[in-house]
Design a binder for this molecule. Structure first.
Ligand code: HEC
Length: 116
């Protein structure tokens, strides 16, 4: 009988751990890579050179403006002289990518923290 209770408790614990692991939000680096950003942008010294190096983002962006840019980069870049100059320097302008709002928020936090 005691064994059964121990097994039952262990099972519940396992189920809880699994549930927590599955519902934990992905981290910023994972979203960055899964969204295809690293195809063009460098990360940790690796990745694409088809785009400007992401650095000093905090001095250029607020969380709100960066989110707006990520929703529609071409439209945003059209009104921004600095980004417009980049679009002429690199082979392809930053494309519009489908990113779920929750993942975009994670990305914004990551970019402003990871690339100070
Ligand atoms: C096809 C290549 C490409 C991909 C994929 C791409 N970018 Fe870009 N990105 C660019 C280019 C080129 C620019 C320069 C500005 C422009 O084109 O609008 C840029 C600009 C940026 C900037 C502004 C940099 C600055 O100096 O302020 C940020 C931030 C950025 N990208 C983040 C991302 C994120 C996050 C992703 C993934 C969701 C991503 N990019 C995917 C090419 C790309």
């Amino acid at each position: 009988m005691k064994h059964l209770i121990v097994i039952a408790l262990c099972s519940i614990l396992c189920a809880l751990i699994l549930l927590m692991a599955c519902s934990a939000p992905p981290d910023g680096k994972t979203v960055f890579i899964e969204s295809g950003c690293a195809r063009c942008h460098e990360i940790n010294g690796a990745g694409g050179s088809q785009a400007p190096r992401l650095q000093d983002l905090q001095s250029k962006w607020t969380p709100e403006s960066l989110e707006k840019f990520l929703i529609d980069p071409p439209a945003y870049a059209n009104d921004n002289a600095r980004l417009l100059a980049y679009t002429k320097k690199y082979p392809v302008p930053m494309p519009k990518l489908e990113i779920a709002p929750a993942r975009r928020k994670i990305l914004v936090q990551y970019l402003l923290k990871r690339y100070p």
